[in-house]
Design a protein around this ligand. Structure first.
Ligand code: AMP
Length: 271
């Protein structure tokens, strides 16, 4: 793979990289298309990374659709697909990458060890593929922040490009996990995004983050079959508390619809 990457890198030409876990949808494809529009070649990886799943999470049932994925990648402008096996990537007593600080909140609390798994696999993929640019979705906003920090702290010198969340027509953020929702859950799920948008408007109109958080939690709990894992309003820049100096806030949610955990987030310009 590293050899193939260096073959692609002729006279300053740029390699874009899009890491994924497959079961590709329009959200993933938007990353590939952006990479294709900005780079000379595009490498995508599909790897359902076991070390970012907790022992009680959905590793075994995570959707796998390699044949369809290959077709979608080719027609979106992907040049090379990297499809490693678990044995290719890991051995016993692996070195692990831990990004400190920003991993201690939100999904870092609900999913202990998750971001170590993400940082470790992405560090390995960055070293294998050696891209100039790598593309990540705002859908996983905390993950994007973790990768940016790792990239700076460990001097990868890759340009990290963030890409807006792609949504279904009714507002539900596209996710491979949406396939787990029952018909009824799928019908109710867009209510989460509607509620986050309402919160964004309240913040813009001057309501305090504490008040907005309370109101949103109450509204989300009212959606039939839902349970809030977290609902937080943080400074988008550093994922810290909102301060008088905060320019942009972000509302983060993780909500169970039945047994499916859905995450989403919405940004708000405060000043
Ligand atoms: P995953 O396959 O879930 O690991 O996601 C691979 C990449 O696609 C990550 O950078 C995600 O943030 C991004 N992604 C997933 N869903 C969406 C979406 N709805 N819109 C934009 N990017 C997304």
């Amino acid at each position: 793979m590293a050899e193939e990457s260096s073959l692609l890198r002729r006279d300053g030409s740029e390699i874009g990289f899009v890491p994924t876990m497959g079961a590709l949808h329009e959200g993933h494809i938007s990353l590939i298309k952006k990479a294709a529009s900005q780079c000379d070649s595009v490498v995508a990886s599909i790897f359902v990374n076991p070390i970012q799943f907790g022992p009680k999470e959905d590793l075994a049932k995570y959707p796998r659709k390699i044949r369809e994925d290959k077709e979608k990648l080719a027609s979106a402008g992907c040049t090379i697909l990297f499809l490693p096996s678990v044995e290719d990537m890991y051995r016993e007593r692996m070195t692990s990458v831990h990004v400190s600080g920003i991993t201690e909140k939100l999904c870092g609390v609900s999913r202990p060890g998750h971001f170590d798994g993400v940082a470790t696999v992405v560090a390995k993929l960055f070293n294998i593929v050696r891209p100039d640019r790598a593309y990540f979705g705002e859908k996983d906003f905390q993950q994007l922040a973790v990768i940016k920090k790792m990239n700076e702290d460990l001097n990868f010198r890759i340009k990290i490009v963030s890409c807006p969340t792609v949504r279904e027509k009714d507002g539900l953020a596209m996710s491979s996990r949406n396939a787990y929702l029952s018909k009824d859950e799928r019908r109710r799920a867009p209510e989460i995004y509607r509620t986050l948008r309402m919160g964004a408007k309240m913040l813009k109109d001057g309501a305090t983050p504490v008040k907005v958080r309370e109101e949103l939690k109450m509204r989300i709990e009212m959606i039939e079959g839902s349970r809030t894992d977290y609902l937080e309003i943080l400074d988008e820049e550093n994922l810290g508390e909102i301060r008088a100096s905060t320019k942009r806030a972000r509302i983060f949610s993780a909500v169970y619809m039945g047994s499916t955990r859905l995450i989403d987030n919405v940004g708000v310009k405060l000043r």
